[in-house]
Design a protein around this ligand. Sequence first.
Ligand code: PEP
Ligand code: MG
Length: 324
Amino acid sequence: RKAEMAAVRNLPAVSQDSVTVELLMNAGLLIDLPHLDECGATGIGLYRTEIPFMVRDAFPGVEDQQALYSKVFEQTGSRPVTFRTLDVGGDKPLPYLTMEKEENPAMGWRALRMTLDRPVMLRLQLQALIRAAKGRELRIMFPMVTDISEFDAARGMVERELAREIARGTAAPSEIKLGAMLEVPALLWQLEKLLPSIDFLSIGSNDLFQFVFAADRGNPRLTRRFDSLSPPMLRLLSDLTAQANAANVPVTLCGEMAGHPLEALALIGCGIRRLSMSAGSIAPVKQTVRALNVAEVTDLVQHLAGLRTRSVRGVLRAYALDRG
Ligand code: PEP
Ligand code: MG
């Protein structure tokens, strides 16, 4: 595995027909960061910030958070890093925050919903991020955006915190890019209005798949029943990407799908050109990209998206094997 990584680390993720696919890394702990250099990712597409909040017995203060985010910036150097604001609640409870027991925690008081209701949590996190950026580009995305008004409220908070920080002498980030995660189906029918307001879109396919199929992402009884490599998912992702491309909004997919070579092939066939995954997946996915003819895969995936079948995994696997 190590040898495979080293062999492809410095090779570009470019297909046979010269299409570049950006391969980014998911991270959430400082110990993940050294992998960025080893694996050859071009940046961090998803930095999950909740882990330090979950392992403590009190809410981390601004200084603690700033120190942590500074280390992330140090390690990524000139490569881009996208921070996701706190995605706790639901099945990721915080021991020091009393939460009522919920019947459906995945669809409950979590992520942006919670941090908009407890704005001090979000404000402190934004302060820490702005301070840690120290004049660099700051990329922030918000999890579980369901209604545009939530994104607007979050953006308003970023603007207010930025103004406060500048007033107290903090160097402003060179640029702030704000994105929405697409994980809740309701957002699909607000894209026309959302796209002009965001700098990027990141598809959280783990949650999106669970909500589109009404199938708990952690329930083993359901894992074989529904397949993400299926016409509805391919159609959804293709339409979504086409809409974002038309509005010039970059799309990344940062769920587990991105890290599996066959899924990555299908996602590229849906038009997605940025994939964010765990460090160990970069080398195998890069090899898939390098062997691929994107035009051909696009035709195939668009054809498969129109079939009347539960899963297209077998067809895609046969195609991939046939093509070596
Ligand atoms: C997702 O839902 O696909 C995602 C990337 O977020 P998480 O797995 O942390 O919910
Ligand atoms: Mg999610």
